[in-house]
Design a protein around this ligand. Structure first.
Ligand SMILES: [Zn+2]
Length: 266
């Protein structure tokens, strides 16, 4: 039997808020034993068609009307499956948040960049659609078991497997929900392409496009968490102890986790 959800109740409880909407969906789904069935969820909420096509210049699209009776979603077949799951969640977010104004005559067209926007200066609807996607695909109760013990990228990697999320999305969520102050840095050839700070993590010195001192590369090997000089990383390094762990991937890509600990004042 296909999945049944009560859209009216979800929208009533969600009141156009990304977090509340995702929570209302999970309330109806109940506890899940595997990854969140985002495909079936979309189909149960008046998305009548989900197509996978090779797309150029954008990552996903939602075809709908301002009143959102029904919608169709297209996601980029050129991107890997986990990325497509996130894109699908993102477009479903635009569909369910009826206050999102269409950015095309017949819906929304979203780029790769749109899919990672988190900061408040970015387009608000994109930030909210991403918020919905991560809350839907990685709700706090499903992430919690990964948060025990010391921060470790290996745990984020296992979280990605368990929730069928991209490693970057899982690491970002891990940093966001962990009790410790964490940041995720994505680099190519030691140049920052993306960074996300968890709550309480101090301001970083480096921005997109700047070079950072990563440990020597050993492909597909996770380094251990090592103390680094906070002056290399933080805008205000005084009084903070900083550790870094890096996973070097193929073609110079890497993902790093920074862990900041405030030294207690005497
Ligand atoms: Zn979008």
């Amino acid at each position: 039997m296909s999945l049944q959800l009560d859209r009216m109740e979800i929208e009533e409880e969600g009141r156009d808020d990304a977090v509340r909407l995702a929570r209302a969906i999970h309330k109806q789904l109940g506890p899940l034993s595997g990854p969140v069935p985002v495909h079936d969820i979309a189909l149960a909420l008046d998305i009548v068609e989900i197509r996978e096509e090779e797309l150029d210049g954008f990552e996903a699209a939602l075809i709908t009307q301002p009143e959102r009776d029904i919608g169709s979603i297209v996601v980029n077949l050129k991107s890997d499956r986990r990325r497509r799951r996130f894109s699908l969640g993102h477009e479903l977010g635009h569909f369910l948040q009826a206050d999102h104004v269409l950015n095309q005559p017949d819906g929304f067209l979203c780029s790769k960049r749109d899919m990672v926007e988190q900061d408040l200066n970015a387009a608000r609807y994109e930030v909210e659609a991403n918020r919905f996607a991560i809350e839907l695909l990685a709700p706090p109760e499903m992430v919690r078991p990964a948060l025990r013990g010391f921060p470790d990228l290996d745990k984020a990697q296992r979280l990605a497997e368990r929730l069928d999320l991209s490693f970057v999305a899982a690491a970002r969520r891990y940093a966001e929900l962990h009790d410790e102050s964490l940041a995720v840095i994505i680099c190519r050839d030691s140049v920052v392409s993306y960074m996300a700070r968890g709550p309480g993590f101090p301001f970083l010195l480096a921005g997109r496009g700047s070079r950072v001192p990563l440990p020597a590369s050993t492909t597909d090997r996770l380094t251990s968490m090592e103390l680094v000089d906070p002056r290399d990383w933080l805008a205000k390094p005084a009084g903070t102890e900083l550790s870094l762990q890096t996973l070097h991937q193929r073609d110079g890509h890497s993902i790093s986790l920074l862990h900041a600990v405030r030294e207690t004042d005497e």
